[in-house]
Design a protein around this ligand. Structure first.
Ligand code: SF4
Ligand code: SF4
Length: 379
């Protein structure tokens, strides 16, 4: 059955701003009928790498926070720590980055809670039956503790999954460090010997005795860590424990499998509780908000979309982007000479031809996460 997706375009007039339109959109949607009274409401966002300017503007976030508060809910912004080295690898840096990007209690009216804790180890395993890859996704605890989950997503391209929408925000973004390892890497992490200072913090955090320190090379002052690939279970704890950023994941999962895993992780986040999904199709950068810069948007701003079904929502947003005209001097026009420019798989496949973005949605529908069929309702 077709799922309802509500949307509004970017036009404003008189005293009607985009913030007013967002509020009206929510008032007309199923979110307005949900019981939020005294409920902990997780607003799952990508809080953005400092330097990225395509992230959601804080005023949109405040509008959603105010909407929830007016209905008696207790909203908080949340995200999980990253696998990669950057401004969001642990909770302290992550909260600093959120504040730098304008998402603070003073600006949006809600606290920031990093769902998987200080070093990305605070997680809940969610058993799922019938999955192809992930029988027990590892999700950030604060996200799982929430009574209601709202995804608030900046819809854009993504260098590994093709596009980043509600599923990417919830599935990959909701995964703890071990959860992200499970999605991104078929292999185990490795130590960069140049970065390692031999402090042994990684070994203290490894429950599998997988990290050893062979006798130091005479040219070195101290022994350096080595990961025993047979003992390592890929939990990723050592990555968060290393203050020198010397341990890195392999990033070697096949793109199609990565997208399937994202769908399965998303199911773990949303199953058996009230959820709602809002996506802003604006500043559609070719790559993710994980980058510390954002290249020019590939299409003009489209609008705001929302609904109960995250698969239908992502499909509607992707269709809207693919139907939009190409902006000049962008990653899309850079690809003008390539074989993919009029690709039947749309703009995201042109920009990232090695990805297969539709697989996220195909697999999402297959596992019962939602429907790719939707009814667009314009407000
Ligand atoms: S925590 Fe990092 S720097 Fe310290 S021994 Fe392990 S890999 Fe080396
Ligand atoms: S990923 Fe986990 S099991 Fe593997 S070395 Fe690191 S802490 Fe140990």
């Amino acid at each position: 059955m077709a799922a309802k997706v509500y949307w509004t375009d970017m036009r404003t007039h008189g005293t009607i701003s985009m913030l007013t339109k967002l509020e009206r959109l929510l008032e007309r949607s199923e979110l307005a009928k949900m019981d939020l009274q005294n409920k902990f409401v997780a607003i799952k966002m990508h809080l953005g790498e400092p330097g990225n300017t395509a992230i959601i503007r804080p005023t949109y976030v405040k509008t959603v926070v105010d909407f929830i508060r007016k209905r008696g809910g207790k909203p908080f912004l949340t995200d999980c720590n990253t696998l990669y080295v950057g401004g969001r690898k642990n909770a302290l840096d992550h909260i600093d980055s959120a504040y730098i990007n304008g998402f603070s209690p003073l600006t949006v009216g809600a606290h920031v809670i990093i769902a998987d804790g200080l070093k990305g180890t605070d997680e809940v395993e969610v058993p799922l039956e019938g999955m192809t890859y992930c029988p027990a996704p590892k999700i950030g605890r604060a996200l799982m503790d929430a009574d209601v989950v709202i995804s608030l997503t900046h819809f854009k391209g993504h260098e590994q999954s093709g596009f980043g929408g509600a599923l990417k925000n919830l599935g990959m973004g909701g995964g703890s460090r071990a959860g992200k390892m499970e999605q991104h890497a078929a292999g185990k992490p490795e130590v960069d010997a140049q970065q390692c200072v031999g402090c042994k913090q990684c070994a203290k955090n490894c429950a599998h005795d997988a990290i050893t320190f062979p006798a130091a090379d005479p040219a070195e002052k101290f022994p350096k860590a080595i990961i025993n690939q047979d003992r390592c279970v890929g939990c990723g704890r050592c990555i968060g424990a290393c203050n020198q950023d010397a341990i890195q994941p392999m990033w070697d999962e096949a793109r199609e499998v990565l997208n399937h895993k994202i769908a399965e992780y998303t199911l773990a986040v949303v199953k058996d509780r009230p959820c709602f999904h809002i996506s802003l199709v604006m500043d559609v950068s070719p790559t993710c908000d994980c980058a510390n810069q954002s290249d020019a948007p590939i299409v003009p701003n489209v609008g705001i979309f929302c609904g109960l079904d995250p698969v239908a929502l992502d499909q509607a947003c992707a269709d809207a982007v693919n139907a939009a005209p190409i902006l000049q001097n962008t990653a899309l026009t850079d690809a003008a000479g390539c074989d993919h420019h009029n690709d039947e798989h749309g703009h995201f496949h042109v920009v990232h031809p090695e990805t297969c973005w539709e697989e996220q949605l195909i697999h999402g529908e297959r596992i019962g996460l939602g429907s790719r069929e939707y009814e667009l309702i314009k407000l």
